[in-house]
Design a protein. Structure first.
Length: 178
């Protein structure tokens, strides 16, 4: 696997993130040597969902209102149903995501997370995938949606669901190491 030593990855999430879609990629990135910072809408902790139930919490390292893309080498957006809806409704979060595309830094989003990318106006013309239920949203925003376990188009890597985490984790390590 590629080494991510000296790489700092922001994980943008809010309450209601899908537990496996944060924990699995974060562990894979850490195992590859990356430093991870959890960025959120509020300080303290954010709570996960697992099997439609509230679950574990994770400590927030930085609030998005104080976060700066210049301090990171890449951005990870875990899914969940509640999480991306909260993020896309927050202008600081949308601007933070936009800044990674403006800087052409790698961005990875899984499951429902691409909903935030729609509000960041980052999907038009991109080949991408997601959880099937938001495929129409992505197509309506101008994305070329495909049903594949992992898709990379330029600096954007997307994946469908927790079942695709092994392929997603492998690919994001490759993309974040560039």
């Amino acid at each position: 696997m590629s080494s991510l030593e000296n790489k700092k990855i922001a994980v943008l999430a809010a309450d209601g993130y899908e537990q496996s879609e944060l924990e699995s990629p974060v562990q894979a990135l850490k195992d590859a040597g990356a430093t991870i910072e959890i960025v959120s809408l509020k300080s303290g902790e954010i709570k996960a969902m697992k099997n439609h139930q509230w679950s574990n919490s994770v400590a927030v390292d930085q609030t998005v209102s104080n976060a700066d893309c210049a301090n990171y080498d890449g951005l990870l957006l875990p899914g969940g149903v509640i999480n991306p809806d909260a993020l896309r409704a927050n202008q600081d979060a949308v601007n933070f995501v936009k800044s990674f595309f403006e800087a052409n830094k790698p961005v990875a989003a899984i499951c429902h997370a691409p909903q935030t990318l729609i509000n960041a106006e980052a999907v038009k013309g991109k080949k991408m995938t997601s959880y099937k239920s938001i495929s129409a949203d992505l197509k309506n925003a101008g994305a070329h949606w495909v049903d594949q376990e992992v898709v990379t188009d330029g600096n954007l890597t997307t994946s469908r669901s927790p079942e695709d985490l092994p392929a997603f984790n492998k690919r994001i390590i490759e993309e974040f190491s560039k």
